[in-house]
Design a protein around this ligand. Structure first.
Ligand code: PMP
Length: 437
């Protein structure tokens, strides 16, 4: 058990620290679809950690690859030097992502990937002789991590309002419409919302806009699925006005939607794709930005001398050897165990069971795609975000880890989940949701 001094020492991320420290929820082990708590319980993990351990916790191949790497090469500088694992993993990721996304830049998280993609897009236009193209367009309820760029293009209000002005960015509406409530998979209404991009472009003029950044499916704001044709329409408008399209696939990358990537599922090609989470199955922090040849070649033009990097950007831990070893092992698991197919095979059952919760007290919407779902709850009349929090706390006591946001519960279990485990998630929720006020 942790001491009070230890509990007080850590300032926890995205946590109500004071409440947590009175009633801590501590995880000491994990295997398959379960977390092990410090009071000796097995807790079913309905969110693959934070959407990142999608191939199941504790994969021995990944653990062994990390241990072996730590013994041979613990760290290598990657500024003007390199090590084999980073090139090998880059090739794997390039070959897995849609053709045309050809060059992989490593980061250490989804947030770093978002900010890297934003800087890459802005630098690209300078190199193309259009330095005024700096503006970014994101979406309301979009989530691109917590660094300054990602917070600016993101659209989750509580994540922004503490911090005052951010980078200049405009936002399209979220594709949440009342007429789409309880629709399954791609919602039928809302294609017209893509046309807002035309309005924003007319307002700002395309000569000032660098890129549009969207998640092919928004996860963190509560699984917001794009209407049919929506992403294709954004792509067409970006093409028409010479604007880059960035897909943030930190959460959708490597199987979550039942396809390898959102770009594959929707058959829409972004210019830049961000990745993280499943790239190492969550075992070591890592992110990546995959750029088209067109973007990469713009940087490689001209004759900068060897001592001047083409892209003045990178992290001490970009392509860290342990992360690359974990990544290579995770990509083996992804391909050999056909993880995207497993997600696609379980998705219809998952959808069926989750939608059985539609008639429960407080439930106002359910959305899902692949192995992702959100159950939206009516706000508590006095304390807006209270219900999802209270439900999640009660679920933990009953042996289920479920993540909550201000108005919804999110489900994104490992793709290796079995039907009876899906049933357990749903029956604990069925019992618990109506218990709260
Ligand atoms: N982008 C998206 C789409 C995400 O879902 C997340 C994490 N939920 C991030 C960025 C941020 O990733 P990280 O927490 O690794 O910085």
């Amino acid at each position: 058990m942790l001491t009070n001094s230890q509990l007080q020492a850590q300032w926890m991320p995205f946590t109500g620290n004071r409440q947590f420290k009175q009633d801590p929820r501590i995880i000491v082990g994990a295997e398959g679809c379960y977390l092990h708590s410090d009071d000796g319980r097995k807790i079913l993990d309905s969110l693959s950690g934070l959407w990142c351990c999608s191939f199941g916790h504790g994969r021995p191949e990944i653990a062994e690859a990390i241990a072996k790497q730590a013994k041979t090469l613990d760290y290598a500088p990657q500024f003007q030097f390199g090590h084999p694992g980073a090139f090998q993993l880059a090739e794997r990721v390039r070959d897995l992502t849609p053709a045309g996304l050809d060059h992989v830049f490593f980061t250490n998280s989804g947030s770093e990937s978002a900010d890297t993609a934003i800087k890459m897009a802005r630098a690209y236009w300078r190199l193309k002789g259009e330095p005024a193209k700096t503006r970014l367009i994101g979406r309301v309820k979009g989530y691109h991590g917590v660094n300054v760029g990602g917070t600016s293009v993101g659209g989750i209000t509580p994540n922004r309002k503490m911090f005052g002005p951010m980078m200049e960015a405009d936002h399209l509406s979220a594709t949440l419409l009342p007429e789409n409530r309880f629709s399954r998979g791609l919602p039928p209404h809302g294609l017209h919302l893509a046309d807002q991009l035309e309005e924003r472009i007319a307002l700002h003029d395309p000569s000032t806009i660098a890129a549009v950044i969207v998640e092919p499916m928004s996860g963190s704001a509560g699984v917001i699925v794009p209407p049919e044709g929506y992403l294709q329409r954004l792509r067409a408008i970006c093409d028409q006005h010479n604007i880059l399209l960035i897909f943030d696939e930190v959460l959708t990358g490597f199987g979550r939607t039942g396809a390898d990537f959102g770009a594959t599922l929707f058959n829409v090609q972004p210019d830049i794709m961000t990745l993280a989470k499943n790239i190492t199955n969550g075992a070591v922090p890592m992110g990546a930005v995959v750029a088209s040849s067109e973007v990469y070649e713009a940087f490689m033009h001209g004759d900068t001398p060897a001592y001047i990097p083409e892209f003045a950007h990178g992290y001490t831990y970009s392509g860290h050897p342990l992360a690359c070893a974990a990544g290579l092992a995770a990509m083996d698991v992804f391909e050999k165990d056909k993880m995207a197919d497993r997600a696609a095979a379980m998705a219809p059952y998952f959808e069926e069971q989750v939608h059985r919760l539609a008639d429960l007290k407080h439930v106002v919407d359910i959305r899902n795609l692949g192995m992702a779902a959100a159950i939206q709850l009516a706000p508590h009349p006095k304390e807006a975000a209270r219900r999802p929090w209270e439900i999640a706390m009660r679920c933990w006591k009953k042996g289920l880890y479920v993540r909550f946001t201000a108005d919804s519960l999110q489900l994104g279990p490992p793709f290796i989940i079995e039907r009876d485990q899906v049933d357990t998630i749903c029956s604990i929720l069925e019992e618990t949701i109506p218990e709260v006020d």
